[in-house]
Structures are given as C-alpha cells and as structure tokens.
Design a protein around this ligand. Structure first.
Ligand code: ATP
Length: 230
C-alpha cells in the first residue's frame, strides 16, 4: 500500500498540508475531495516526488520513498497524471508513447495504449499538442497505463472535458482498477468519484477532516458542499 504519514508540504515559506495521514490500500480507489485551495494538488505533488515534503513520510510497500524523484517513484509503481496532463505537445502521439516505454517494448506499449483508447491509434502520427483536450487527456492516461503502475495519482483528469469524454475516461479508470492498479483520485465530479471509490478523504485547509469508507458517507451532501457537484 501507499501511506502518507504526518505529511507537511507547501511552497517556499508557505505551509499548505499539515500532518496529513492517508492510506491507499493495494487495488483500491481512494477519492480525495475538498474545496478549492484545500491542498489536493499539493498532496498529489508531494506524494509523487514533484515537491519535497516539509515533514512526515511517504511509504510505498513498507519502505520510505521520501525524497525520491518522480521518475524513480514511477519505476517503482507510483505514477502521477498531473493537472495539465504532462504530455509533450510538440512530439507525435507515437513518440509520446515511445518515450514512456521500456526499451524493446515500444510496439507492445503502443498496442496497450491503443487498446485502452482506440482513438489514439488513429492519431499516432499527429502532434500531441494539436489534438483536442479530451484526446490529450487520453494520451496522458495512456502514457501512465503502459507502465502498468501499482498506484496512480490522478489530478482532475476530467477537467474541462465534454460529458461523453468524461464517461470514456471513467470507464478507463474502472479498467485500470480492474487490472489491479490502486487509484488516488482528485476529481471535481464528486458524485462520479464517489461512485467508483472505495474510500474517501476530505481535505480542508490542508488537514484531513474526514476519512472513511464511501459507504459511510452521504454522497449527495458532499457533492452539494463542493463546487462541481454532479
Ligand atoms: P483546486 O481545487 O483549486 O485545484 P487544491 O485543493 O488542489 O485546489 P492546491 O492547488 O494544492 O489546492 O493549493 C493549495 C494552496 O497552495 C493554495 O492556497 C494555493 O494558492 C497554494 N499554491 C499552489 N501552488 C503553489 C505554488 N506553486 N506556489 C505557491 N503557492 C501555491
């Protein structure tokens, strides 16, 4: 499992997260919800090695991985799909996939990506930055998928996309989970997130204000509380 223990994190002299304890059990889906500015993105960035925590520990499979850079964490099975997607816009779809692939496994990786998102198969030669927002998000997800990660941190992957594309993306998340990846999901569509999640954490002003099983919470009440509800 992935454990955050007493995590403090922030930017410069500004502390955002205060003593956050959070567990993502193997193979589970955890929804991380909270109002704007609560620190959700900061939490994902700290957990994936993009920013160095100010305190606390990050434990992956029983071993501290504090201070490890993102690519090492991803090689160990903890990968991040960041807000803003993190693809290379001036490279083709094919090259974006190849860059993320193990040497000698390029063909297999492309096939795996296309099996998840057939639309990418039609666009392998296209420059990634010229695709629609939804297609770019699919590419970002596919780049993570080809690495067969044990843990995936997902930051607002449905942001700004048409409902039909959001459906496709949630279908993909279900497939990812069914194949055994655990997900930590930051999502503006609270109801959709709670529909797929096993556990929910509520973050308020950098602290966990609730942690529990989704079956314990009133999804409608949580959805009503946060912008984006549905
Ligand atoms: P949202 O739902 O609006 O994305 P969030 O819960 O993801 O919010 P964060 O993006 O983690 O919240 O932001 C938490 C706090 O950290 C905010 O007050 C924000 O202004 C601040 N913050 C975020 N990024 C930086 C940065 N690079 N430098 C300084 N402060 C930052």
């Amino acid at each position: 499992m992935l454990e955050l223990r007493g995590l403090d994190a922030g930017y410069g002299g500004t502390q955002v997260l205060r003593g956050v304890d959070l567990i993502v059990p193997d193979g589970s889906i955890v929804a991380l919800l909270g109002p704007n500015g609560a620190g959700k993105t900061t939490l994902l960035r700290a957990a994936s090695g993009l920013i160095r925590p100010m305190g606390g520990d990050i434990v992956l499979g029983g071993e501290s991985v504090l201070g490890m850079p993102p690519h090492d964490l991803c090689a160990r099975g903890l990968c991040h799909v960041p807000e803003g997607r993190g693809i290379f816009p001036s490279l083709t779809v094919r090259d974006n996939l190849i860059l993320q692939s193990k040497a000698g496994k390029e063909k297999e990786s492309i096939e795996r990506a296309v099996s998840a998102f057939p639309r990418l198969g039609e666009r392998l030669a296209q420059l990634a930055g010229t695709m629609s927002g939804g297609e770019q998000q699919m590419l970002a997800l596919a780049r993570t998928y080809i690495q067969k990660p044990r843990f995936v941190l997902l930051d607002e992957v449905s942001m700004g996309l048409a409902p039909k594309i959001v459906d496709e993306i949630f279908e993909f998340l279900g497939r990812l989970a069914a194949e055994g990846s655990a997900l930590l999901l930051v999502e503006q569509y609270v109801t959709r997130a709670l529909d797929v999640a096993d556990y929910v954490y509520l973050l308020n002003r950098g602290r966990v204000s609730f942690a529990g099983e989704v079956s314990e919470v009133d999804a409608d009440a949580i959805a009503a509380e946060y912008v984006g509800g549905g």
